[in-house]
Ligand binder design. Structure first.
Ligand SMILES: Nc1nc2c(ncn2[C@@H]2O[C@H](COP(=O)(O)OP(=O)(O)OP(=O)(O)O)[C@@H](O)[C@H]2O)c(=O)[nH]1
Ligand SMILES: [Mg+2]
Length: 307
C-alpha cells in the first residue's frame, strides 16, 4: 500500500478505529456500509437491528479506518437490551474517534439527550463528531434545523450532514474521521472489508431477511444461529448452510413460517441471494424455526446465542 505524500514530502499513513453512536434506527449501519463500500452490517427499518460490534474496514492509500458498528443506545427492557448497551459503552473506550448520529428526518429528542449526557464524559479524551444522517429524506431547511439542534446538544469537534443512500458527503465523513486517527501502518490486509467470521455474517443476513415485514415485538424476538456450513455432497461449487431462526413464543413461530410455509420460503430465497453474493458461491439454505422461550431475558440462552 502506498502512503500519500504531503507538501513537505513526508509520507504519513493513519490507522485506527471509529464508531457511530446514536439511537436505534439513526442510520449507523447504513453509513458504516457506505463508508466501507460493501455490506458488512445488516440494516432495517426496525429499531435495534444491530446486536454485535461489527468492524467494517476502509483502506485508502493514506489511511485505514476501522468503523465499529454498534447497537443503538436505548433504555433497556431486557437482559439483551442491557448487554447491547454494554457493547456500545465498551466500544467507546476503544476507539480513536466517535460519530454521534441523528437522522435529518426526525427531531432531536430525549433519546439523543440521554446519549449525549454519557458522551460528554467520553468526549474529554475522544473527539466526537456530530453527524446528521439521511439528508436525502429531508428538505434543506429541515437539515439546517437539525444541524442547529445538534450543535446545541454538546460541543462537537465537527458537525457534518450526509446521506448514506445518495452518497452525499460520505467521503467528507471519512476524511473527518481519518483526520483524528493516529499515524501508523494498516492493521488489516488491503481489500478486507471485515474481520467478522463468515458464519456470523451469514446468520445476520438470514436475520435481515426474516426482519423484513414483521412488526411489533417480533423483530426483537428473532435470533439466528448458523449451525453448519459444509460442502454440498458430490459438488465442489456449492455449500450447504444450516441455520435456525429462534423466536420467543410458539405463536411467533407460525408468523415466521407463514401459511403453508410461504413466508419462510420467501425469507429463505431473499437470504440465499445475499449469502451467495457474500460468499461468491452457490448455496443450499436449510432453515428451521425453533422456540427459545423468552431468550432475551435468559442468561443461559443469551450465552448460547453469542451474547
Ligand atoms: N433514505 C435514507 N434512508 C436511510 C439512510 N440511512 C439509513 N436509512 C434507513 O434507515 C433505516 C435504519 O437504518 P440502519 O442503518 O439500520 O440504522 P441503525 O442506526 O444501524 O439502527 P440500529 O442498528 O437499530 O441501531 C433503514 O431502513 C435504512 O435503510 C439514508 O441515508 N437515507
Ligand atoms: Mg445498526
Amino acid at each position: 500500500m502506498t502512503a500519500r505524500t504531503n507538501e513537505t514530502g513526508d509520507t504519513t499513513h493513519r490507522s485506527g478505529f471509529a464508531c457511530f453512536v446514536g439511537r436505534p434506527n439513526a442510520g449507523k449501519s447504513t453509513l458504516t456500509n457506505a463508508l466501507v463500500g460493501g455490506k458488512v452490517a445488516i440494516t432495517s427499518s426496525r429499531p435495534q437491528t444491530t446486536r454485535h460490534a461489527i468492524r467494517g474496514i476502509l483502506s485508502r492509500p493514506d489511511a485505514q479506518l476501522v468503523v465499529v458498528d454498534t447497537p443503538g443506545l436505548h433504555k433497556p427492557r431486557t437482559l439483551l437490551g442491557s448487554r447491547l448497551n454494554d457493547i456500545v459503552r465498551e466500544t467507546w473506550a476503544e476507539v480513536d474517534v466517535i460519530g454521534f448520529c441523528v437522522p435529518a428526518d426526525a427531531p432531536v429528542g430525549r433519546g439523543d439527550e440521554f446519549i449525549v449526557n454519557e458522551l460528554r464524559t467520553v468526549a474529554r479524551r475522544t473527539p466526537v463528531l456530530g453527524v446528521v444522517t439521511k439528508t436525502d429524506l429531508a428538505p434543506p431547511a429541515a437539515v439546517a434545523e437539525r444541524l442547529t439542534q445538534l450543535s446545541g446538544l454538546m460541543d462537537f469537534a465537527e458537525i457534518v450532514p450526509c446521506s448514506a443512500v445518495d452518497g452525499f458527503q460520505v467521503e467528507t465523513v471519512a476524511d473527518l474521521l481519518v483526520a483524528r486517527l493516529p499515524e501508523g501502518p494498516p492493521l488489516y490486509p488491503d481489500g478486507e472489508l471485515t474481520d467478522e467470521p463468515e458464519t456470523t455474517l451469514v446468520a445476520e443476513l438470514v436475520r435481515e431477511a426474516a426482519l423484513e415485514g414483521v412488526r411489533d415485538e417480533l423483530p426483537h424476538s428473532l435470533a439466528v444461529l448458523v449451525e453448519e456450513m459444509l460442502p454440498h455432497e458430490g459438488r465442489d461449487d456449492m455449500l450447504d448452510v444450516h441455520a435456525i431462526i429462534y423466536v420467543e413464543r410458539q405463536s411467533q413461530k407460525g408468523i415466521v413460517i407463514g401459511k403453508g410455509g410461504a413466508r419462510l420460503k420467501h425469507v429463505g430465497s431473499a437470504a440465499r441471494r445475499q449469502i451467495e453474493a457474500l460468499l461468491g458461491t452457490k448455496i443450499y439454505l436449510d432453515l428451521h424455526v425453533s422456540v427459545a422461550k423468552d431468550w432475551q431475558r435468559d442468561p443461559r440462552q443469551l450465552r448460547k446465542l453469542g451474547f
